[in-house]
Design a protein around this ligand. Structure first.
Ligand SMILES: *Cc1c(COP(=O)(O)O)cnc(C)c1O
Length: 341
């Protein structure tokens, strides 16, 4: 397989128009057979449900080239399941979970030339998504939908690699306060853009969002869950119904317990206990784990002992083990790795 002539080691986290995408249409109550196509543009009616009432949701996963030259995906069954949950909450039809996995496989195979080589630091980002396509002007769910998967090769999400981030406790909420926080959808991201731009303007890398009801509990950032390491080496991660259930976070909880022998606590995390932690990180498919060096809570600065120079030691071990599993250097738990080629 002839690879594309790209500078793999220096890719940013951006979109490239790869050769192929997967498309399936929903009409008269059923999905068509689906196909791999070349056209990256979508033509829609001006009154399409996605444009007027934001009926759309998405997923994000990656394909990796392993040490022995295979191309694999990490736990795509969990993405299929989560997209089903998002669709149900948004009154969209579910794209069957087995077909979701099959479509991921088809689109990665078609774009094999775009899968970054092992050791380059880059991966193929896979973005499944669904949009409401027919016209709706009265407020109601649409009747026709399109499910698509695009792929694009990506480098690290945060510039500067493993340099710890500075984040601030946000006065804005991440999601609309009506139970949409657990849905992976553009509507939550649209609501977070102002907070992100404002944070960047003030010199912060990211926002820490709190529970909107009491503003005393840690939820997540715009696109990643929090993990904390206590001074005695436990992994603590916030539990809340309005957090997006990160597959990376759920996997790290298992890695921590089963591979590293750490105690894992999935529970409410209070803003007031941040001083008790030794390390902090953001985790998600895009970020993998990005260390956090400092959190600014309205002038109260929490500086983690792990510092602003590099990842803390426990987060580094979690990172090495998870990426080792994804790249095929460490044996994975049963069912975690889906071989594509
Ligand atoms: C996608 C996403 C995450 C990370 O989830 P992963 O499954 O680990 O990629 C975290 N928070 C939000 C809001 C997200 O949309």
């Amino acid at each position: 397989m002839e690879k594309k002539d790209l500078d793999w080691a220096n890719l940013g986290f951006g979109y490239m128009n790869a050769d192929y995408r997967y498309v399936s249409n929903y009409k008269d109550g059923k999905w068509d057979d689906g196909a791999i196509i070349t056209d990256s543009n979508i033509v829609l009616n001006e009154c399409a449900g996605v444009l007027q009432y934001a009926q759309t949701c998405f997923e994000g996963l990656k394909a990796y080239t392993t040490e022995d030259g295979k191309v694999v995906c990490f736990r795509p069954d969990l993405n299929a399941q989560r997209m089903k949950d998002s669709c149900e909450r948004l009154e969209m039809p579910v794209f069957p979970e087995d077909r979701f996995i099959d479509a991921v496989e088809q689109v990665v195979k078609a774009n094999a030339a775009w899968v970054p080589p092992y050791g380059s630091g880059a991966t193929l980002y896979i973005r499944p998504y669904m949009i409401a396509t027919n016209s709706v002007i009265g407020v109601k769910p649409a009747e026709e939908y399109q499910f698509r998967i695009l792929v694009t090769p990506v480098g690290p999400y945060f510039k500067g690699g493993a340099k710890p981030l500075t984040i601030r406790v946000s006065d804005f909420d991440r999601a609309a306060p009506h139970g949409t926080g657990h849905v992976k959808a553009g509507l939550n991201y649209a609501m977070s853009l102002h907070a992100i731009v404002d944070a960047h303007n003030k010199g912060y890398d990211e926002n820490m969002y709190l529970d909107p009801a009491t503003r005393t509990k840690v939820e997540e950032t715009g696109g990643a869950n929090f993990i904390f390491i206590t001074k005695d080496g436990k992994l603590v991660t916030p539990k809340s119904d309005s957090i997006l259930p990160s597959i990376t976070r759920r996997s790290l909880m298992i890695v921590a317990e089963k591979y590293l022998g750490l105690t894992v606590e999935h529970r409410e995390v209070l803003l007031s206990e941040l001083d008790d932690f030794a390390e902090c990180g953001l985790c998600g498919t895009a970020a993998v784990i990005s260390p956090v060096g400092k959190i600014d809570d309205h002038g109260r600065n929490i500086c983690f002992p792990s510092g602003m120079e590099k990842m803390g030691p426990v987060i580094q071990k979690l990172y090495d083990t998870l990426t080792g599993i994804q790249m095929g250097r460490i044996e994975a738990p049963e069912g975690w790795i889906k071989e594509i080629m």
